[in-house]
Design a protein around this ligand. Structure first.
Ligand code: G3H
Length: 545
């Protein structure tokens, strides 16, 4: 990389004075509070300094350095034990206030929570932007999408409950079936969607009556600080507990205690495998996992190239490629690969690079220099094995800012062929026979989604049939993505365990339980009396509006 590139990239970083006051952090956030058993406790132990992906530039020297935006408690086993015990106590073997509360009561608490969360939108969005470098527009989108997800989950829960608000009589047996909670859920989200993906498991887990230990991701921690008092005030004590501690120190320990009933993790398959093995009775542990992915785009010879380029660009580089659903390998037919690369690199050159608050910005800084170092290593490995960076300036970097690189031709044996790069590097390979593209998907360890670009109905139809048995979503002429959230979000192989969607998540965090009785006169009278006199929260025929 030349010094010119370095200097060019350094100029994207502002000097301290150039940060627009309306988008700056009024003051660093030094979080000391953490929520356990309904109390926000004050931490006086060691803390972790939080550095933003955003750097500032010294106007005189031109040197850049990551902005310190705050700190949070660096807790240990004592606190994680306390958080877990508080969740266990609040669940109280299913007898706690929360697991026995009516669904209407839980929904009311959740609405209180939503109200408090919405009031803190600006602070949370700003922290999201500063902590993970997500553009302001996308940070707002993440927040708003999360609120919509909560409301949609509440509506789905009402439908679920109302469907079960009746007795069935089958072969002389009266039954009422409802979904009931599982116990204590350990919730851990990822840094790329720290709010949305954490809440995609936290919210359904809570609504179904479970109690929770929440461990925020390594980047994207401070944004939970404004929510501590909202959690405290909206839910009974111990229903939500937070822990800030190195994962490797406290998470295996929590699982080894045998007190966790559900592991909800959006992270790596390696970590998930390790954690699941810690539970002393693995059959008692349910896992809801969103894991690694290496989604491919297959561009067929008759594809609309403008459309394919536009979608592949968005798919590969939205939020700098830091999405689990990102397109991480482009497989383009050899007859169109040159034209594709020419248009792709031309469009890539038009993507705006800059700071997250800038309007229309697309490429923003990465979490730390370790990420730019990994991207560089992956590119160097590919180049040493015969590939090249096809776009001018691709792969140049300055601290956390990395110029996206298109690397071609990528082949088996290169890191970029199989590793999930999770960043702004776009590996491209070509194929002649469609079986070669299919073979890439079949031999992959990942099985989340794929995109197919083409116009021939016969060819696409024939390709879809094997692909749906390899991945869980085949996107035709568009990029891979999770939404809309009512659709199932799942994965095969190393990509996921369980299915998330607004309604599937409610099922994932609950189990059906039923009350059954022989269809006799005394039993009919007994059940009618229980319903009429509201003697049970489970046995009832109430309708939630
Ligand atoms: O990181 C994985 C996210 O769930 C992706 O969601 O496809 O809507 O960006 P998205």
């Amino acid at each position: 990389m030349t010094n010119d590139h370095h200097a060019r990239l350094a100029r994207y970083f502002p000097t301290v004075d150039e940060i627009p006051p309306e988008h700056g952090l009024a003051a660093p956030v030094h979080q000391r509070g953490y929520l356990i058993g309904g109390k926000i406790l004050e931490w006086d132990g060691p803390c972790k300094t939080v550095r933003s992906p955003v750097c500032t530039r010294d106007a005189t020297t031109g040197d850049v350095s990551q902005v310190e935006i705050g700190s949070y408690p660096l807790m240990g086993e004592v606190q994680s034990d306390a958080a877990l015990d508080a969740a266990v106590a609040a669940y109280d073997n299913g007898r706690g206030q929360w697991p026995t509360m009516t669904v209407a009561g839980r929904i009311a608490c959740m609405q209180t929570f939503v109200k408090g969360m919405v009031e803190r939108r600006q602070a949370i969005v700003n922290l999201l932007m500063w902590e993970i470098g997500k553009s302001l527009a996308d940070s707002r989108k993440e927040f708003d999408r999360t609120i919509e997800y909560i409301q949609a989950t509440i509506e789905a829960l009402k439908d679920l409950e109302n469907d079960h608000s009746r007795f069935m009589v089958v072969e002389g047996t009266i039954g009422q079936v409802r979904r009931t909670p599982l116990g204590v859920v350990l919730c851990m989200g990822p840094y790329n969607y720290p709010l949305n993906e954490t809440f995609c498991t936290l919210i359904p887990a809570l609504l179904m009556g479970n109690t929770v230990v929440l461990k925020p991701p390594q980047y994207g921690t401070l944004l939970f600080e404004p929510l501590l008092e909202v959690f405290r005030d909206a839910f009974p004590p111990g229903v939500v507990n937070t822990i800030h501690a190195p994962g490797e120190l406290v998470v295996p320990r929590m699982l080894a205690s045998g007190k966790i009933s559900v592991l909800a993790l959006i992270g790596s398959s390696r970590v998930a495998d390790h954690l699941k093995k810690q539970h002393p009775k693995s059959h008692r542990l349910r896992a809801v996992l969103g894991l690694d992915a290496k989604n491919a785009a297959i561009v067929l010879p008759d594809a609309d190239l403008d459309l394919a380029v536009k979608e592949c660009l968005l798919g590969a580089l939205s939020f700098n490629g830091q999405r689990c659903t990102a397109l991480k390998m482009l497989i383009v037919h050899s007859s169109v690969v040159d034209a594709f690369l020419e248009r792709f690199t031309a469009e890539l050159a038009r993507l705006k690079m800059g700071m997250p608050w800038e309007a229309g910005v697309h490429i923003t800084p990465l979490p730390g220099p370790h990420r730019t170092a990994y991207m560089t290593e992956a590119i160097e490995d590919a180049v040493a094995k015969g590939a090249r960076v096809v776009n001018e300036g691709g792969g140049a970097f300055c601290s956390t800012l990395f110029d996206p690189a298109v690397v071609y031709p990528v082949r088996e044996g290169m890191k970029l062929y199989r590793e999930e790069q999770f960043g702004p590097v776009v590996p491209v390979m070509s194929f002649d026979a469609v079986d070669e593209a299919l073979d890439y998907v079949i031999t992959s360890d990942h099985g989340q989604q794929v995109s197919v670009f083409g116009t021939d109905a016969a060819q696409i139809g024939a390709l879809v049939d094997p692909l749906v048995n390899q991945v869980c979503r085949v996107n035709l002429n568009c990029q891979c993505q999770r939404g809309p959230d009512v659709f199932p979000f799942a994965g095969r192989k190393d990509s996921a365990e369980g299915t998330l969607s607004v309604s599937d998540a409610l099922r994932a965090f609950s189990i059906r339980s039923m009350v059954a009785a022989k269809l006799t006169e005394p039993n009919k009278a007994l059940l009618n009396t229980i319903v009429r006199e509201h003697q049970s929260k489970f046995i009832n025929t109430d309708f939630i509006f």
